[in-house]
Design a protein around this ligand. Structure first.
Ligand code: ASP
Ligand code: MG
Length: 413
């Protein structure tokens, strides 16, 4: 029998009524002849509450106990979903991570999936079970204790099950009806895409479009799991609904640009006049990496008389730590610079599209559109399928709108 993975996020199982609503969709798919694996999140807000309780109890908590507490939200929804399905006449059974077992590393709080043996569930499907409801976000570590996969980890659980059980598809039910060309709160004309490639989705996910956990998209790409993002609040679950995230080859006609992403709270830091010698980049970015700074863009300026300026960007809330690390390296003589200038009020705006690989001129078009609006570009970086710029934060929304217009994304599909 063909298999289907259906994942319901926190807002889709927020109360008993919504669980019933989700269960109806599961029943529909089971009646289509699928063996269904349902992955559930905790009810919305629940995981935050549990994390809060741990924090209040213990400042430097034992991560094994953090996992014991924080994984419990999913156990509740898994049991309730199985009961709801049973009430509807569907043969359903709940499974916690350790029962499957979903085997992970012992990195508590941020465990990685190592293996999902299929025989336990297979056996139950063989005995007539129609639906396995699995608690997302959790597994069992090599140390024999409950682990969690990091916030948003149920998406990754879902994709991993789809890969292990060779499911036809992995449907991610959430509170939006698909992936949009940009944030509809900024651009009312943003349009829903019917398909998007894994590569583009990864760029959009890591750039701040928070629909899917980045790891889950990486995993889907590696195992060629077809993902679909769709709303649990709408009745249509036919293939016309939602957005498919799939291999590039499955998309017939690529738009040159498929999305405009942004990240609001970025900072730009410049080391003024550092000695330009071999090893200088390592000397600067070594201490930053040890301090846990997520450096994003890096630009080294033209060097004059053996000295140069080095600019990089990082999240605004890491600026103080970055300054401390760099000044510390200066004091200890590892690096030598004349000044450190931090601009904490910039944002990153990016255009993304696999069509860029075969089209020239996208950068020029982007820069012209920004210039027409009088938006000054502070830093530029490019990759094969993405062009990103840093702009003053007060122009971020203007830049997003201008680019959405310029690439006519209101007509994208
Ligand atoms: N409940 C977990 C969280 O809130 C996992 C998830 O929902 O994906 O992060
Ligand atoms: Mg989520």
């Amino acid at each position: 029998m063909p298999r289907l993975v259906m994942k319901f996020g926190g807002t889709s199982v927020a109360d008993l009524e919504r669980i019933t609503n989700a269960a109806k969709k599961v029943k529909q798919e089971a009646e289509q002849g699928f063996e269904v694996i349902v992955i559930v999140s905790a009810m919305s807000g629940k995981t935050n509450e549990l994390v809060g309780w741990v924090d209040q109890t213990s400042t430097f908590y034992d991560a094994r106990e953090y996992d014991a507490v924080v994984s419990s939200g999913e156990n509740i929804t898994a049991g309730l979903m199985a009961l709801t399905l049973q009430e509807m006449g569907v043969m359903a059974r709940s499974w916690q991570g350790w029962q499957v077992p979903l085997k992970t590393t012992s990195a508590h709080g941020a465990a990685r999936i190592e293996e999902i043996p299929t025989h336990n569930l297979d056996e139950k499907f063989g005995e007539g079970m129609q639906v396995a409801v699995v608690a997302g976000f959790q597994g069992i570590g090599a140390d024999g204790r409950i682990t969690t996969l990091g916030r948003g980890g149920s998406d990754t659980t879902a994709v991993a099950f789809a890969a292990a059980f060779e499911a036809e598809r992995c449907d991610i039910y959430t509170d939006v009806d698909g992936i949009y060309t940009t944030d509809p709160r900024i651009v009312a004309e943003a349009s829903k895409l019917s398909k998007i490639s894994y590569e583009e989705m990864l760029e959009l996910a890591s750039l701040g479009a928070k629909v899917l956990q980045t790891r889950s998209v990486e995993l889907a790409m590696r195992y060629h799991v077809t993902l679909r993002v769709l709303s649990s609040f709408e009745d249509d679950i036919s293939m016309a609904a939602g957005t498919l995230v799939c291999d590039e080859e499955e998309i017939m006609e690529n738009n040159v640009v498929n999305g405009v992403a942004y990240s609001r709270d970025e900072a730009k830091m410049t080391l003024v006049s550092v000695a330009d010698r071999p090893g200088i980049a390592a000397a600067i970015f070594g201490p930053l990496s040890e301090a846990g700074i997520n450096v994003d863009m890096i630009v080294q300026n033209i060097s004059e008389e053996g000295r140069t300026d080095m600019t990089f960007s990082c999240p605004t809330d890491q600026v103080a730590r970055a300054e401390k690390a760099l000044n510390g390296a200066k004091d200890s003589g590892e690096i030598n610079f004349h000044g450190l200038v931090s601009d904490k009020y910039v944002s990153k705006v990016s255009v993304v599209g696999i069509g860029m690989r075969s089209h020239v001129g996208v950068a020029k078009q982007m820069f012209e559109a920004l210039s027409r609006e009088g938006v000054n570009i502070k830093v530029i970086t490019t990759s094969e399928i993405k062009i990103s710029v840093l702009v003053d934060r007060k122009y971020m929304e203007l830049a997003v709108r201008a680019l959405h217009d310029e690439f006519e994304l209101e007509h994208a599909a």
